[in-house]
Design a protein around this ligand. Structure first.
Ligand code: GLU
Length: 471
């Protein structure tokens, strides 16, 4: 029987879920869901200074917000240190690894000689065959693997294909440090084995590690998981992703007003393609995802594409869901006036949303667009809106009020008819009437149609706002 798929996301806690790591998590998640398997979470918390409770929590929060749920309890790599050491000692007992008593001075000298001779600085294997009886007194050894000295090591990777490494470039790397702590190379292999991981999906900066790690699998006689090294994300200019390019935590994207489903969509597109499809739902992503369709080359982060996709997801979203996203974001950003206004006018905001959605690319823009609903009189004007109001337009507004007052059944259609009739009588283009009305009613120059705005605000509030600006 085929083994059920088990992937893992193995971040080191850095205080936030970096956008690049988020994509690695997403690929692991999508692949596991597609195969109805599991995605496990392993916190690589061996750096005791950085691995605080808060840093780990920030990772979990980032994953949860992004909707990437994991199976089982998260595993702490640090807590498994004794097991890692046990394997290192087993390898020594089996003659596949050995204790090395080199002093730091010897290692420095080794590196310098290699450099002088134009060779890469590799450990020369001097304790490989030496008897422990020759160990200098009082020196705690490290444990090194006995790596093959010749030939090739091939990593067969589901994304990169077969990648060949020359054994002589890999040397007898350390498994266990002299203080008994495992190296990253050892810990990852032991954990992946014990967790029954079938697919290791991670950044291609780990490709050389994969070659080294495969030596540990072989030495233990363990079956290697399938490897899939995904290309890194670069900035729009092709250089390494920097903060300016968007190398931020997912929390920063949340605060900029991106929806998790849009970020999932965009991150999936960064490095993976399903034909020419740019926009897709998470369900489609799970259905379509194949590791074979992951690009080999680096992808470029593009804020404009992300914003466009976010706009598309906003258009497709359910108003009640968007309302919750707006309220939560206003709360998170400590925009109390907006949060309270949204909550107090929940129904009006939800009924206005279908008109607002096509006009916004972010949840922040949605909040700005909804502000007119709960704005209090007299309305503050943004600069452009203030520019719409002068003696002439204010006097026009006084006249319109007269026409509007006569409407008995206050709805968008009747308001539309009344304003059009007014414009016709005054020989004004509709826009010449609508723009100053919009400014007076919303304090902005972008809003849903003015007739819808007035219908939404109700007759009393609409006429009062217009009255505030009339001559
Ligand atoms: N902890 C490593 C990192 O954050 C990942 C290790 C792995 O996936 O094997 O880059």
């Amino acid at each position: 029987m085929k083994k059920p798929v088990v992937t893992r996301f193995a971040p080191s806690p850095t205080g936030f879920l970096h956008i690049g790591s988020a994509r690695t998590a997403l690929f692991n998640w999508v692949f596991a869901r597609k195969h109805e398997g599991k995605m496990l979470l392993r916190i690589e918390d061996t750096d005791r200074v950085r691995s605080t409770k808060e840093a780990t929590q920030a990772l979990l929060d980032g994953l949860s917000w992004l909707g990437l749920d994991w199976d089982d309890e998260p595993i702490s790599q640090f807590s498994r240190a004794a097991r890692h050491a046990e394997i290192a000692h087993q390898l020594v007992a089996a003659g596949k690894a050995y204790k090395c008593y080199c002093s730091p001075e010897e290692l420095t000298e080794m590196r310098e000689t290699a450099r002088a001779e134009g060779r890469p600085p590799r450990y020369d294997g001097r304790w490989r065959e030496r008897d422990a009886g020759q160990a200098p007194p009082g020196v705690a050894p490290v444990i090194r693997i006995k790596a093959p000295q010749n030939g090739e090591i091939i990593v067969s990777d589901l994304v990169q294909g077969n990648v060949t490494f020359r054994a002589q470039n890999l040397d007898d790397f350390i498994l266990l440090r002299s203080d008994g702590s495992p190296t990253y190379l050892l810990a990852v292999v032991v954990d992946d084995h014990d967790m029954d991981i079938t697919h290791v999906i991670r950044g291609d900066d780990h490709l050389t590690n994969a070659a080294r790690q495969s030596l540990i699998y072989r030495a233990m006689g363990w079956q290697e998981p399938q490897m899939a090294h995904i290309p890194l994300i670069h900035g729009p200019d092709g250089a390494k992703l920097s903060k300016r390019h968007g190398a931020l935590g997912v929390d920063a994207y949340r605060k900029m007003g991106y929806l998790p489903e849009a970020l999932r969509n965009y991150l999936a597109r960064l490095g993976w393609a399903h034909g020419d499809d740019e926009y897709f739902t998470t369900g489609q992503m799970v259905e379509w995802f194949e590791l074979a369709d992951v690009n080999k080359g680096a992808s470029r982060f593009d804020f404009v594409k992300l914003a466009n996709l976010n706009g598309r997801h906003i258009r497709e979203a359910d108003p009640e869901y968007l309302f919750a996203a707006m309220r939560d974001l206003a709360g998170e950003l400590e925009r109390e006036h907006d949060r309270k206004g949204l909550v107090a006018h929940r129904n009006s905001v939800i009924s206005a949303l279908p008109d607002l959605q096509p006009r916004a690319k972010t949840v922040l823009e949605l909040i700005d667009l909804a502000q007119f609903i709960y704005a209090t009189r007299p309305l503050g004007m943004d600069e452009k809106a203030a520019g719409q109001l002068n003696e002439q337009t204010r006097s026009m507004i006084s006249d319109v009020i007269g026409s509007l007052e006569r409407i008995e059944d206050w709805n968008a259609e009747n308001i539309n008819t009344a304003v059009r009739e007014f414009a016709g009588k005054k020989e004004l283009k509709l826009g010449k009437v609508a723009q100053p009305l919009r400014a007076a009613l919303t304090g902005k120059t972008v809003s849903p149609g003015v007739f819808e705005v007035m219908a939404l605000l109700g007759k009393t509030e609409s006429l009062a706002r217009l009255g505030d600006q009339a001559l």
